[in-house]
Design a protein around this ligand. Sequence first.
Ligand code: GRF
Length: 236
Amino acid sequence: MSKERAQSFEWKVMHESTPGRSAPAQKLRLGVLISGSGTNLQAIIDAIEDGRLSGVEIALVISNSAQATGIQRALKHRLPVIYLPWRTFPVGAFLSEMTPNEAQVTALLQLFRVDLVVLAGWMRILSAPFLERLTERVINIHPALLPREGAGDTYTLSNGEQIPVFRGMHAAQMALDAGVSITGSSVHYVTPIVDAGPVICQREVAIEPGDTEDSLQERLKLVEHELIVEAIRRFC
Ligand code: GRF
């Protein structure tokens, strides 16, 4: 292919097949999308290696950041890992079709025969046209307590107290700013409305005196490392 043609090449999804479990006897194949430190990716790797997720394998890791430490974790465990520079577009530019990057991810998920997509610290919003092909096949870890059915602005704690729902980035800081004494983490299905899909599993985490965003986030992550394994096991 000439250099000019290669530069003008565009990714397009040419057929409608969606990722799905090919045969029940085979292992559940994960596509793990990361943007940062990848400690949740590591938790999945550890659970596979020590037998807690024996029916699971990581088919592919995708990072939108070349600096993501998670890339090194994947390489250390000899997992296929792809760095995909992510282009952002003006709001509304891609309402009825997926973005070029999402078309690339869709093609990669098909190529690597991914059954379940795990957003493990993935910091990019995915569009409705992309997610519609993957209904109940994309899960995310969010560092706050989300309503069980997804929608709603309040969460009822186990002690009966109602707290606001913290969506989006800096959810740990939002919990600190709101002055709540308990927050938590949730693993949920990803739907086009950010952080509003039905919850698969979640756990409360107490906020301690003197907590900062970093200290709270680190304690939340310890819980997430168990929750993500628990959530994936439900697909096996
Ligand atoms: C986690 O706290 C998760 O809740 C949030 O991003 C963080 C990712 O951490 N979505 P890591 O990259 O897995 O260490």
